[in-house]
Write a protein that binds this ligand. Structure first.
Ligand SMILES: [Fe+2]
Length: 345
């Protein structure tokens, strides 16, 4: 009996060893990424990580809410190791719902600025986005622009466009303003802004650029990286919009320009948390961050990366320094305010 037991033990140990040596233990050699992002540049980097490490990267793409719900439903049986959400607020929600685990990475702590990562190491920013004022130089002089809040003043009546209240970028802008200037001021901004809308909000950020180009409005609130996407779209109107319209970074004398971030973390029940963290460290490396900014025109999180010429041409600017955790914390309040002031969904 004892002999059989011993034999079994030796066999088990032997099998585990050989599995590792041969690199056929699935959990050691594959990770699954649940991602809301839809960039070819992301997949190209996943391929590079595969090539370098031999760890296969499976990608599941869906919206933020379906991904969080799936993680919740799968619980301990989830196949997901890594969660990537286009807006940091999504990672805050994932943390609150117990869907993430902490990372222990001196590299990430050194590399990612403090306001762009979770204080308890549940997630870090992956890319930065600046939400700015875009204007038509024929109808607006730069000197007329100053802050987001100023767009709520009467002189902008019928001249402003931006997306619907259901859009997470605008929800996050509102959440950031609640944190930076207080609930009351943020409410007043929303109220004045909505009363200055040129038309009922519709379309994505690029549609707002089109409205300013065509004269429906004089200014739009939108993310900068769409200028890079439009320039490289191969479509005449988009190239014209990017070459004609100008970017203004608001709140330079006050709070700084609102920054959002795509963010990334290791799932609570990741089958392969070590590989997941190595993957995240790779994505925050100078090499990967440089590749991202050159291909998606977002800003790098890693401060050691040189900006591409296009992003440099937009100019340097002061960022809002609030912790982006606020985007999750005030998401509900932001939606409530937008609803109260009649910002169409
Ligand atoms: Fe976007």
């Amino acid at each position: 009996m004892r002999k059989v037991f011993l034999l079994l033990s030796v066999m088990t140990v032997g099998m585990v060893l050989s599995a590792c040596q041969l690199g056929i233990n699935r959990s050691d050699n594959a990770i699954t990424v649940f991602s809301e992002r839809h960039y070819e540049a992301d997949r190209a980097l996943y391929d590079l990580f595969e090539e370098r490490t031999g760890i296969q990267v499976n990608l599941v793409r869906d919206g933020a809410d379906p991904l969080l719900t799936r993680l919740e439903n799968e619980g301990e049986d989830t196949i997901a190791d890594v969660l990537v959400i286009a807006d940091a607020g999504g990672l805050v929600r994932a943390k609150d719902r117990g869907l993430l685990q902490t990372m222990d990475s001196p590299f990430l702590e050194d590399t990612v600025p403090e306001h762009l990562r979770d204080a308890d190491n549940y997630w870090v920013g992956l890319t930065k986005r600046a939400r700015v004022i875009v204007y038509h130089p024929d109808r607006v002089h730069e000197s007329e622009l100053s802050t987001y809040e100023a767009l709520a003043e009467e002189e902008w009546s019928g001249r402003v466009v931006t997306r619907q209240a259901s859009n997470i970028y605008n929800q996050s802008l509102m959440a950031a303003l609640i944190e930076a200037i207080g609930d009351e001021q943020a409410y007043q901004f929303a109220q004045g802004l909505v009363s200055n809308f040129a038309e009922s909000p519709s379309g994505n950020d690029r549609a707002q650029a089109s409205k300013v180009l065509q004269g429906t409005a004089d200014v739009a609130i939108m993310n900068t990286y769409y200028f890079g996407i439009m320039l490289n779209s191969g479509e005449d109107w988009q190239i014209e919009a990017a070459n004609t319209l100008a970017i203004f970074f608001p709140n330079q004398e006050t709070t700084g320009t609102h920054i959002n971030a795509s963010a990334i973390g290791v799932t609570k029940h990741a089958p392969n948390p070590e590989a997941a963290q190595a993957f995240i460290e790779f994505l925050l490396s100078e090499e990967a961050q440089s590749y991202i900014t050159n291909n998606t025109y977002e800003y790098p999180i890693n401060p050691n990366v040189e900006l591409p010429a296009l992003l440099q041409s937009w100019g340097n600017f002061k960022e809002m320094q609030i912790n982006i955790e606020a985007l999750g914390k005030y998401n509900n309040r932001a939606k409530e305010i937008m609803d109260q002031v009649g910002w169409d969904n």
